[in-house]
Unconditional design. Sequence first.
Length: 320
Amino acid sequence: MDADTTIVIPTYNRRDLLGACLDSLKAQSYQGFEVVIVDDGSSEDIQRFVAEAYPEADVVRLPRNGGFAGAANAGLKHAKTPYVMLLNNDMTLEPDAIERLHTAIKSGTADMVAPLVLWRDHPGVVYSCGDLIRTSGRPEAIGFRAPREQFASTVEPFGVSAGAAMYKRTMFGEIGYLDERFVAYFEDSDLCFRARLAGFTAAVVPDAVAYHVGSASLEGRLWWRSRQCFRNHTLLIMKNMPLGLLVRYAPEIGRERMHQLQSFVNAARAELGGWRAIQLVALTALDLLVQLPYAWRQRLRIQRSRKITNDQLHALLTHE
């Protein structure tokens, strides 16, 4: 069977997780895909491990650890098939998951599709069923921590999580790849925001099921996740939110900025101490100032080429 889908798996160490992910790919009912594993500067010998465990896969090795966005982009640019799937190394899939996603994106109208993702250790609990973005600019996973038996999402997703999602490759040709300035966190929300502004659509395939470990690469650095969310929320809003909606949603956006800052300070203070927390906030603020010219240039490009109105975007966002 000729492959028409490329599955891109960014990985940084954790052969145990990657092995389980690859085992679930071997068990798929649909095998019309090729696998590209992007080794994001691991200290473990990922290339040798893959050669032994999944010799059919290609390995793209990056010289240093640069974060999820850069690793995912390296794999996406390597792909030549009409459809591409991003998959975290800590994801496993039900045997029919790729078949269901592939059928949905090939025969449906959506340009990006997501499975129902459950917690691997608690498969009766939802991790996500697509993503939404609130009028505050806050991205959230739909159904997060809801009991699976009681969950039935009727919400149209704003976008999909890059942890497990399939895309039409032509979409990247029009809007570009993940923004590597984000490094990690909200980089997929930024991609989906740009896609929505450009007129692309998203859908969830709830019969396609994946299982997620969750934050497997953090290894205790919760402060860094909070820092990235605080920083990248700023970039997300600056690049993508139209001026009229920035004014309309200013109170919600302001409250979310304070929430993100408080979460960042609290996490850094708990893990590193008060003085170090102050230093990190100052350094992050300086970094955002450095990013302003870039974000402004991107904003001009994105807003000039958008294909939906403010009212249409307002309808897609989740209201506070």
